[in-house]
Each structure stands twice: as C-alpha cells, then as structure tokens.
Design a protein around this ligand. Structure first.
Ligand code: GTP
Ligand code: MG
Length: 171
C-alpha cells in the first residue's frame, strides 16, 4: 500500500467552494493562515494527517483555469471534489464540471477514489450532503469508490471524517 509513500491528491471544485481553506485547516496550527486568497493556477503542498501522507494539488476553480485540472488526472491517487453547498445556482455548474471530470479517459479508466465535501455546511442556505449528492447524481458513479460528507472548512467540522475515509480508500 501507500503507507510509507506519498499519495498525490488532486483538489478540485468551483472557485470559492473552499478548497484552499479546507487544506489550510489540515496544516499544523502554527502554519495556518487567516489570509486565504483565490488561487491562481494551482499550488502544491505536502500534508501529513490522519494516517495519510500526501501531496495536494490545490487547483484554482476559476473557469479560465479549470482546463488545468485534467493535466493531473493521470498521476493522481485520489480526487477531492469540493462543493459550496450554499451556492444553489452554481451547483449545476459544479455538476457539469464533475461530469466532464468523470468522462475524461484518465479518470473513467482508472479506479481512483473520490471524496466529496459538501462544504459551507454552516451557512443558512446550505444543502445537506444528501441534497448535494442528489444534485450531482453521485449515485450514478458505480465504478469508483466515493464518499460525501458535509464540512465547514473554517472550523474543520466534518473534515477529518472525510480525510479518514480517503486514507482508508487509498491504502
Ligand atoms: P479558488 O482558489 O478561487 O478556486 O477558491 P477556493 O475553492 O480555494 O475557495 P477559498 O478557500 O479561497 O474560500 C473562498 C471563500 O469561502 C473564503 O472567503 C472562505 O473564507 C470561505 N469559506 C470556505 N469554506 C467555508 C465554510 O465552510 N464556511 C463558510 N461560511 N465560508 C467558507
Ligand atoms: Mg483556492
């Protein structure tokens, strides 16, 4: 297994969904920042937490950078897809991006685990994990292991649950 190796984890989702914030929560306390800005292109960072030692590719979700995601599909060991569960308008854009990801040959032909975070669970209008799951038709994903949980990237609620699942799915 990957116990003593590095797993590559690709972190995608629309802009403003909370990818960089969620990764920031996984950093050691002394290097967490409270100044998160929109990611330009992507950034690469190493994490070690909850049984998983991994290199995260934190992609920009802005539309002009989304074409970069596919460059990393072939070499990634897992995908984290983050959804802003309060953004009911753009959940259909997220759904479209997910469909494209799933139909890419470097994803469709490989058995890569996918972890979904229904993020911003603390917001007033947030859809539940079940609501997000049904908006994205996750039950149609039958050839991959996947998991969804609600999260609050700012407090970390739900984050460890997801990462623990990912850790067991990669090994
Ligand atoms: P790009 O880099 O542009 O693709 O965005 P991103 O997905 O990395 O989002 P980012 O982490 O920059 O967060 C966007 C905004 O959402 C920031 O203002 C965060 O503080 C806020 N945010 C992130 N997660 C949460 C959450 O769980 N709850 C709430 N209320 N706000 C959040
Ligand atoms: Mg970012």
């Amino acid at each position: 297994g990957l116990r003593n190796r590095e797993a590559n984890v690709l972190v995608v989702g629309l802009d403003n969904s909370g990818k960089t914030s969620l990764l920031n929560f996984l950093r050691p306390l002394e290097v967490q920042t409270n100044n998160i800005v929109p990611t330009v292109g992507f950034s690469v960072e190493h994490f070690s937490c909850h049984g998983l030692s991994f290199t995260a590719f934190d992609m920009s979700g802005q539309s002009r950078y989304r074409t970069l995601w596919a460059n990393y599909y072939r070499t990634t060991n897992a995908i984290i897809f983050i959804i802003d569960s309060s953004d009911r308008t753009r959940i259909f854009v997220a759904r479209e991006e997910l469909q494209q990801l799933l139909s890419h040959p470097d994803v469709s032909k490989r058995n890569i685990p996918i972890l979904f975070f229904a993020n911003k669970m603390d917001t007033r209008d947030a859809l539940s994990d079940i609501g997000v799951s049904s908006a994205l038709s996750l039950e149609d994903i039958t050839n991959k292991s996947w998991y969804i949980c609600s999260s609050n990237a700012l407090t970390g609620e739900g984050v460890v649950t997801g990462i623990e699942w990912l850790s067991s799915a990669i090994k």
